[in-house]
Design a protein around this ligand. Structure first.
Ligand SMILES: Cc1cc2nc3c(=O)[nH]c(=O)nc-3n(C[C@H](O)[C@H](O)[C@H](O)COP(=O)(O)OP(=O)(O)OC[C@H]3O[C@@H](n4cnc5c(N)ncnc54)[C@H](O)[C@@H]3O)c2cc1C
Ligand code: SF4
Length: 365
């Protein structure tokens, strides 16, 4: 049985206090929200903080403010369950409700937060293992070792961005608010991520992610499809997040972002550009699915084979676009685990979300 190492838990009740506590304790401290990713990682000694600054007691970081007409602000401490079941998110940013509702299991979604999901560690078959397992293979450069076991000649780590909500937030044009010792900044979520399995966030260690800011949803629809082996709680091995603005049957704005194919969410702007100014015909959908296939380059370091995961990009992008074209109910909370089956409709959540990306990939003004 793996046990947590000893640590001190500090429980600030304001963002300012949390920033100060983190600054006081330096590199030996980490933030913890729901702990659903950090605690298992600590048990495996992937992180060894001696101080945890808990964010659960900061009320200002919990809840949803604003409206879909002008834009929503979601506190980073809001649980995934609350995001998935929030009426305005479910009807106007449905892809996000779907993505949040497909993270792990109900118990973990009750504890896990949206902010924690945005910041969740990258994953790799050679890293998400016990200390003893990692020691037996002489460790790797993400923790305790020197080389990459997936690509031994590589000077970088290729661990995979495995957040469900990150690609959807990227397609929706979300921004994030970060508060640290030198003040506050708001950046597009695309600028939060770096293509590096170790330093995968541009967030400074002392900065708290306090809010996720969504632009107005007017005219937009969105959908998130997830590929995984077991529907009950597996991480994504492919996520496809699409947002479209459709006006009179013609696509006026489009964003396609792939999850779990690189160390950061991977946008497919060339594929999105093919949609703008066009009607969603089956021929166009095939063309776009082919184009979206190109930027996804999964490696052999997560579940199932990487050629299969690559092939499924085309299939899932086409499915997502067909769903949006037909205004079908979302595949939320009950999607197929593997590609063989047809998408199943679970809780009947509407799939048409409207999330106007602030830094959207392609738009016809
Ligand atoms: C069995 C299992 C299955 C899982 N399946 C999935 C899945 O399918 N999809 C998926 O996306 N995730 C999955 N997860 C991972 C995890 O449950 C979720 O990503 C969850 O949303 C993490 O949120 P949290 O609040 O628990 O984060 P924590 O574990 O508290 O933190 C995660 C990381 O984010 C940092 N952090 C958290 N909040 C903030 C903040 N506000 N500001 C700055 N840094 C912060 C922490 O320091 C830590 O590095 C799974 C985990 C387990 C154990
Ligand atoms: S990609 Fe390489 S360095 Fe990164 S976690 Fe996997 S084996 Fe380690």
């Amino acid at each position: 049985m793996m046990r947590l190492p000893e640590f001190s838990y500090l429980a600030p009740v304001s963002v300012g206090d949390a920033v100060k506590l983190m600054a006081d304790h330096g590199p030996k401290a980490m933030f913890v929200a729901g702990g659903t990713d950090l605690y298992p990682n600590m048990k495996r000694r992937q992180f060894e903080p001696t101080v945890l600054v808990g964010l659960r007691g900061i009320r200002d970081m919990i809840g949803v403010r604003g409206s879909s007409g002008t834009g929503l602000t979601i506190g980073a401490g809001t649980t995934l369950t609350a995001v998935a079941s929030h009426a305005e998110i479910a009807s106007n940013y449905a892809g996000l409700a779907t993505a949040a509702g497909l993270v792990s299991s109900p118990q973990l979604r009750n504890m896990g937060t949206l902010g924690g999901n945005v910041c969740v560690d990258t994953r790799c078959n050679y890293y998400n293992q016990s200390y003893e397992w990692r020691k037996a293979v002489n460790f790797c450069m993400k923790k305790d070792g020197d080389i990459c076991l997936v690509a031994p000649g590589s000077s970088r780590c290729w661990a995979v961005s495995s957040s469900d909500t990150a690609p959807m937030l990227w397609s929706l044009g979300a921004q994030v608010r970060l508060v640290g010792p030198s003040g506050e900044r708001i950046i597009p979520i695309s600028a939060l991520y770096r293509d590096d399995g170790i330093q995968y966030l541009s967030r400074q260690p002392g900065e708290i992610l306090t809010d996720i800011v969504l632009p107005s949803s007017e005219g937009w629809r969105s959908i998130y499809l997830k590929l995984r082996r077991r529907g009950s709680f597996d991480f994504p091995i492919l996520g496809v997040a699409v947002a479209l603005r459709i006006d009179g049957g013609t696509v006026r704005g489009a964003a396609i972002t792939l999850g779990a194919v690189a160390s950061q969410p991977r946008p497919a702007p060339e594929a999105a550009a093919l949609l703008v100014g066009q009607r969603l015909t089956p021929e166009l959908i095939d063309l776009v699915a082919d184009a979206a296939f190109k930027p996804g380059k999964p490696l052999d370091n997560t579940d199932l084979t990487h050629p299969y995961r690559k092939k499924m990009i085309r299939v899932f992008v086409a499915r997502a676009l067909h769903s949006l074209a037909h205004g079908q109910p979302s595949l939320a909370h009950g999607q197929p685990t593997l590609a063989h089956g047809q998408p199943t409709l679970a809780h009947g959540q509407p799939s048409l979300a409207y999330g106007q990306p602030a830094d959207r990939q392609v738009e016809d003004k």
